[in-house]
Ligand binder design. Structure first.
Ligand code: TUI
Length: 318
């Protein structure tokens, strides 16, 4: 299954790992890239020295292409840009803001740039600014989200830009990949499913909580701060929501949220930690190597597409 995204990034399968803060480490990134997908180091709020170290560790583990996801709300964005330039990183994705001002410098260095967006307007603006591909991320995703679902956002972004589009949000198996291709996307970005990759350093309790999650396990908090975030529902999300309903200020809420992601996904505090995960958590049933996850997604998508093709040729056969 080769698409324009495979050509653009020189990868085997059009499956990109979401740039998850704390979890997009050399272990997972190299496993995804070795498996024929595209691994992304999740810079999150990490200091530039950590990002540099992860780039070097990834290179020790794989010769395959990989990238860095820059989270634009990080206080270290400028320094992380310097790190990716200095280390000769080939691919940069961005999230959590408008990367327009950084694109010229990245492009000048020959870096392929793939912003994650949650609206058609920003997709168009970033294509004009030089983006090589666009990730259209629906509100089914874990972490910081927009307002539109993947089903609705992807075809409108596809119609709005000429560069290849990658669908994100709510995709965790081959049916999701086939659906994304049907909407006109040339690939998928997958986050939550890769949290349960064997190589992902997420705490075992977090992986287990995703495996036990059902369709309505997640909750969105932070609408009052302007930064809505989807997480598995727990004591932390209920407290956050209660503070929002009680009129807590943005500063109070931000203070409350500080450090909670590491507490949840790395330290394994299932009640007080922030467990960012997408709605597709309900579909994740087992831990397996990243390469197997990728193989299964692609094989299932090929089967789904073959079945649909058969259906077109043989009406009423379903
Ligand atoms: O960025 C993400 N997902 C994230 S970032 C993150 S770290 C975090 N930690 C605590 C609180 C908040 C965030 C966790 N998950 N996804 C990509 C994404 N980007 N989704 C939506 C956007 C986005 C939003 C606004 C992109 C651009 C944008 O632009 C606004 C503007 O300035 O035009």
């Amino acid at each position: 299954m080769r698409t324009a995204i495979c050509e653009l990034f020189d990868i085997e399968y059009p499956v990109i790992q979401g740039g998850m803060a704390w979890l997009g480490t050399a272990e997972l990134v190299s496993a995804v890239s070795e498996g024929g997908g595209l691994g992304l180091i999740g810079a999150g709020n990490a200091p530039p020295s950590w990002v540099r170290e992860q780039i070097r560790l990834t290179r020790e583990r794989t010769d395959k292409p990989f990238g860095v996801n820059i989270m634009l709300m990080s206080p270290f964005v400028e320094e992380i840009i310097e790190v990716v330039l200095g280390e000769g990183v080939a691919i940069v994705s961005t999230g959590g803001g408008n990367p327009g001002v950084y694109i010229p410098r990245l492009k000048q260095a020959g870096i392929k740039v793939m912003p994650v967006v949650s609206s058609v307007a920003l997709a168009k603006r970033l294509e004009r600014a030089g983006a090589d591909a666009i990730v259209a991320e629906g509100m089914e995703s874990g972490g910081h989200i927009g307002e539109t679902t993947t089903m609705v956002l992807v075809p409108q972004v596809v119609d709005g830009v000429d560069v290849p589009v990658v669908a994100a949000g709510g995709i965790g198996d081959g049916r999701g990949l086939a659906a994304a291709l049907s909407l006109g996307a040339q690939g998928v970005q997958v986050g939550t499913r890769f949290v349960c990759a064997a190589e992902c350093i997420a705490h075992a309790k977090f992986k287990q909580k995703i495996i036990e999650a059902r369709d309505r396990a997640t909750m969105v908090t932070g609408y009052t701060t302007g930064h809505p975030v989807r997480c598995l529902e727990n004591k932390m999300t209920r407290q956050f929501m209660a503070m929002e309903k009680g009129g807590a200020s943005v500063a109070e809420l931000e203070r409350f949220g500080d450090g909670k992601l590491e507490l949840g996904v790395i330290e394994g505090d299932m009640e007080n930690g922030s467990l960012m995960a997408g709605q597709i958590a309900g579909l994740v049933k087992e831990i397996k190597p990243a390469a197997a996850i990728i193989r299964e997604i692609v094989a299932e998508a090929e089967l789904v597409i073959a079945k649909l093709n058969f259906f077109v040729l043989n009406p009423c056969s379903f």
